[in-house]
Design a protein around this ligand. Structure first.
Ligand code: P5A
Length: 447
């Protein structure tokens, strides 16, 4: 993309309404604009990151054997009356009436809707296990929407639902979700830890939240510092191997890690040596639940088991806060100059800065590098504006692309350009071809 043809409305000043870094930087970098309290438009740069997160989520969900689909944002109230949640959900639910006076709602989550689809289409254990998921906008009329996309009213969620014949099989689905989420967050460059959590309005007796440690987080967590060393990396995982998946879950859930709702101070002290006890703020970027027959019983989602008996199906639901993640990644990765995107989620792979726009030699070199990166399947952002070098660097630093190639007349006379890493600020002089090679190598493993 050439910057002169893009839409990147960056702000020079800090917006007064933004209380935390991610909100401020998303506004300043031209990623989002507020439309109404807790409701945002995603401008092109923000939309790219959102799409990138969706791609990673789709890949990891499908690797775990989960099937993508798409349900609507609007749902009929009847389904929620069946489960008993229509009244229980309270004022957080946005209720709508259509022209036929039918009660509708903007879905805050989809347990009822997916259970209805399931019961109308599946009747035998032979069609199980089944896990369906989608990535769709949700609405929760939060009393205090704040921190930009962190606590929105309209927000993007990946929500998945498993259907299994019995508890053991459903627990395997729960474990698959935990492992696939660990991998998903790692690919996004985040350290997110599963912690024992409360089940809230979703219900059930088994739940973990995924938390990213950050001072500005809205959750309070207590954990054993041993969790900080856990890493899945690129080890091979057979998601059908129950024991192997459970082994990984055990690795991640054995050290003490709980949110304040489930925190047990006596146990914390007994289990964790004092020097490893940590208390911190954190951002909840996902949550998984096993709730058995909580929805399948009242909604009569029954299947025939092997003995020919009609039994309610065992279910769980599993969510990732996709739009919140954009904020969480920035909270975890920024400095005083702007965002620092992890390579796995960056909106553009590299920035190209031409220090002397209009100069025949630098223009030609910039075009060549731009074309070469694209030929390698990469997406560069070429700052081809007629602007001072300082302004170009400030924009690149603000929007946080991990790598920058700077082309100036002096270096070019010696056949060199400069390759700079955003995170460290370190630069190296290379030939244009070597700079392109280096960037292609860096991204070779990030999918
Ligand atoms: C699991 C999937 C559920 O709703 N039903 C379907 C279950 N879980 S949850 O924990 O309530 O939400 C899942 C994730 O969505 C994000 N989230 C939000 N993001 C932005 N603004 C909000 N107001 C908001 N509310 C929830 C969180 O990341 C949460 O973990």
């Amino acid at each position: 993309m050439r910057l002169t043809r893009y839409f990147l409305p960056v702000l020079k000043e800090n917006p007064a309404e933004a209380a935390i870094a991610s909100h401020r930087l998303m506004l300043r970098a031209g990623m989002i604009r507020q439309v109404s309290a807790g409701i945002y438009a995603w401008l092109p740069l923000g939309y790219r990151v959102l799409r990138r997160l969706e791609e990673i989520i789709h890949e990891e969900q499908q690797r775990a054997g989960h099937i993508p689909m798409l349900m609507p944002t609007l749902q009929p109230a009847e389904l929620w009356r069946e489960s008993g949640r229509y009244d229980a959900y309270g004022p957080e639910m946005l209720r709508i009436r259509d022209r036929h006076e039918r009660d509708m709602l903007y879905g805050p989550t989809n347990e009822e809707l997916i259970t209805d689809i399931f019961r109308k289409n599946v009747s035998s254990y032979k069609d199980l296990p089944l896990t369906l998921y989608h990535i769709q906008w949700k609405f929760r009329d939060e009393i205090r929407p704040r921190f930009g996309v962190m606590r929105g009213r309209e927000f993007l969620m990946k929500d998945g639902y498993n259907f299994d014949i019995d508890r053991d099989s459903a627990i395997h689905a729960y474990n698959r979700h935990m492992v696939s989420y660990i991998r998903t967050y790692e690919r996004m460059g985040l350290k997110a830890f599963p912690m024992r959590a409360d089940t809230g309005p979703i219900g059930g007796d088994h739940s973990h939240e995924f938390l990213v440690l950050a001072e500005t987080g809205e959750s309070e967590v207590f954990y054993d510092a041993a969790i900080l060393d856990l890493k899945l990396g690129d080890r091979a995982i057979d998601y059908d191997d129950r024991a192997a998946v459970e082994g990984i879950v055990r690795e991640w859930t054995t050290p003490y890690a709980r949110t304040d709702e489930t925190h047990d101070p006596a146990r914390f002290e007994a289990e964790v040596p004092a020097e490893r006890r940590r208390r911190s703020r954190a951002i909840e970027v996902g949550q998984i639940f096993y709730f058995g027959t909580k929805y399948s019983e009242p909604m009569k989602a029954h299947v025939l088991n092997e003995k020919g008996e009609r039994v309610p199906v065992h279910m769980g639901s599993h969510g990732i806060g996709v739009s919140r993640l954009v904020g969480a990644i920035i909270e975890a990765s920024h400095d005083e100059r702007g965002i620092v995107w992890p390579e796995g989620v960056t909106p553009f792979h590299a920035g190209i800065v031409n220090l002397k726009q209009g100069d025949a030699a630098t223009d030609a070199a910039a075009e060549e590098i731009y074309a070469a990166l694209r030929a390698r399947g990469l997406d560069p952002l070429y700052d081809d504006r007629d602007e001072r070098a300082g302004a170009k660097f400030a924009t690149m630093d603000l929007i946080g692309l991990p790598w920058r190639i700077t082309i100036g007349p002096r270096g070019l006379a010696r056949g060199k350009v400069e390759l700079t890493e955003r995170r460290t600020g370190e630069s190296e002089e290379l030939s244009p071809a070597a700079a392109v090679d280096r960037i292609a190598q860096i991204y070779a493993g990030t999918g």
